[in-house]
Design a protein around this ligand. Structure first.
Ligand SMILES: [Zn+2]
Ligand SMILES: [Zn+2]
Length: 177
């Protein structure tokens, strides 16, 4: 995702509007694969002051990853702010490690945009709020089918199941009535 700042060189110190759009493939994120199912669109302004270019923009796209419960593909709309400063690379000088740099009149915004977008992707995506997930006995997708596994297997929280079983085994004597 490249930004040509030739136009802004004539108007230093002034916000110059721009829009970029690019089709991306996929990324690894949080141990899972995130696919960009719509083009990544970046719109905002850049401003040149001295050797620094300041980007203030918003990135928009739709990503697909797996539902944390049922593993079905789940879509998430992402809108991420991208506010970064790019410093011109000077010959023979090593840029600071965390500093974005550019050469000539072209800035490569890809890393800055990718980082901003991925930070907005929830670590736990659900295909829908009330996704029933998979049966932990037979693996059936409980959103589309039912299975004949024992009801206890539906407990999401093993500690809850354990606590209830403990209550059955060890009845509490000083229970309030
Ligand atoms: Zn799901
Ligand atoms: Zn089952």
């Amino acid at each position: 995702m490249k930004l040509d700042i030739t136009r802004g060189v004539q108007t230093k110190g002034i916000d110059v509007p721009f829009t970029l759009e690019e089709t991306w493939g996929e990324d690894r994120w949080g141990g899972d694969t995130v696919r960009y199912v719509s083009p990544v669109r970046l719109s905002g302004t850049y401003m040149i002051t001295g050797e620094t270019v300041v980007i203030n923009a918003q990135a928009q796209t739709v990503v697909e990853s797996r539902c944390a419960r049922c593993l079905a593909p789940a879509l998430t709309e992402v809108s991420a702010p991208v506010s970064e400063a790019f410093v011109r690379e000077t010959e023979g000088e090593e840029p600071a490690e965390e500093q974005y740099t550019y050469q000539g009149h072209v800035l490569d915004l890809t890393d800055a945009v990718r980082t901003s977008v991925l930070l907005e992707v929830p670590t736990r995506i659900l295909c829908r709020e009330d996704c029933k997930g998979l049966c932990d006995q037979c693996g059936a997708n409980l959103n589309v089918t039912t299975c004949s596994c024992r009801k206890e297997s539906l407990y999401r929280n093993p500690f809850q199941a354990l606590a209830e079983r403990m209550e059955e085994i060890i009845p509490t004597e000083d229970q309030e009535v």
